[in-house]
Write a protein that binds this ligand. Structure first.
Ligand code: NDP
Ligand code: SSN
Length: 287
């Protein structure tokens, strides 16, 4: 494959770009806080001074940015991706955003002759480091076929879900379920503890039953120790609950459980826990 551009070297972007470099891809990176690119240079990356400079250099550019405002800013602002996008170039936004944001970016890119894929991912820091993400792509099928070699490095499975918006919606549905589950899990740990049970035994019992899952297994022991090293920042989980609730609103789907979960994530943000892992929502219940 040609050289790949990578915009956004946060928790996920860094792990994904390093993974591409490890597998022999040439990668040019950009990050708003440019100094965060230094570590990538040590892994063999080149640095672009602006998103436009990266697009100019690379046939394909991936973006992995925090939220809709960031995704739009990197495309539309001065020295943004749109300034250099043209026929023959592909832009792949892997950030978690809503379908409307993705459509706006798609329309802008394609109106300049470029091709566009949205491709949000399921899986967190460790799966990103291990190339075990689940990729939820939608948009330009030709571009999808061209970037499969990169997706094969980044993920264990890619889905092509059809028209723009379907990847974004699938991702929001998955994260809405995850956020609600994290709240129920947190309540369960607190209930076990306060009613005189050993929370570690609860984890063992859960792990042997029908609701066993990697999230409970991975995060439970740290939560019991009130430790929340950020893999998936809580502020991003709350953003995803908010966007999923808006999708529910558009489609007249009642979501009382997700709405309650969103409130606890908001409460956690108000307590200054936004940059902790989303499992820190536990703090709102255990205090
Ligand atoms: N962490 C996870 O487990 C997962 C995260 N996601 C999604 O992936 C995306 C990235 O997440 P993650 O890496 O965890 O987040 P981080 O907060 O670690 O990184 C966010 C990135 O976005 C950049 N950014 C933020 N605002 C702007 C802006 N206005 N203009 C330009 N760049 C900006 C940051 O730059 P700077 O360094 O300058 O702040 C940074 O590169 C999010 O959409 C998240 O929901 C999806 C799956 C899993
Ligand atoms: O968007 C973040 C997803 C985190 C995960 O799937 O573990």
């Amino acid at each position: 494959m040609e050289e790949i551009g990578f915009l956004g070297i946060g928790i996920m972007g860094k792990a994904m770009a390093v993974n591409l470099l490890r597998h022999g891809f040439k990668v040019t990176v950009w990050n708003r806080t440019l100094s965060r690119c230094d570590e990538l240079v040590q892994h063999g990356a080149s640095v672009g001074e602006t998103p436009a400079a990266v697009i100019k250099k690379c046939k394909y550019t991936i973006a992995m940015l925090s939220d809709p405002a960031a995704a739009l800013s990197v495309v539309f602002d001065k020295h943004g991706a749109l300034e250099q996008i043209c026929g023959g170039k592909g832009y792949i936004d892997m950030s978690t955003v809503d379908a409307d944001t993705s459509s706006q970016i798609s329309q802008a890119i394609t109106s300049k002759g470029g091709s566009f894929l949205e491709a949000p991912v399921s899986g967190s820091k460790k799966p990103a480091e291990d190339g075990q993400l689940v990729i939820l792509a939608a948009g330009d099928k030709d571009l999808y076929d061209q970037v499969v070699p990169a997706f094969d490095v980044l993920g264990k499975k890619s889905f092509f879900l059809g028209q723009i918006g379907n990847g974004a919606k699938m991702k929001l549905v998955v994260n809405m379920i995850m956020g609600s589950m994290m709240n129920a899990f947190s309540e369960g740990i607190v209930l076990a503890d306060k009613s005189g049970l050993d929370p570690h035994t609860l984890l063992d019992v859960l792990d042997l039953g029908a609701i066993a899952n990697p999230m409970f297994k991975m995060k439970g022991p740290a939560m019991i120790k009130n430790s929340y090293p950020p893999a998936f920042p809580l502020k991003h989980q709350q953003k995803d609950m908010r966007l999923a609730l808006a999708l529910g609103d558009e489609n007249a789907v009642p979501m009382p459980v997700a709405a309650a979960a969103n409130e606890t994530f908001k409460k956690a943000r108000s307590l200054g826990l936004g940059d902790h892992d989303f499992s820190a929502v536990f703090e709102t219940l255990s205090k």
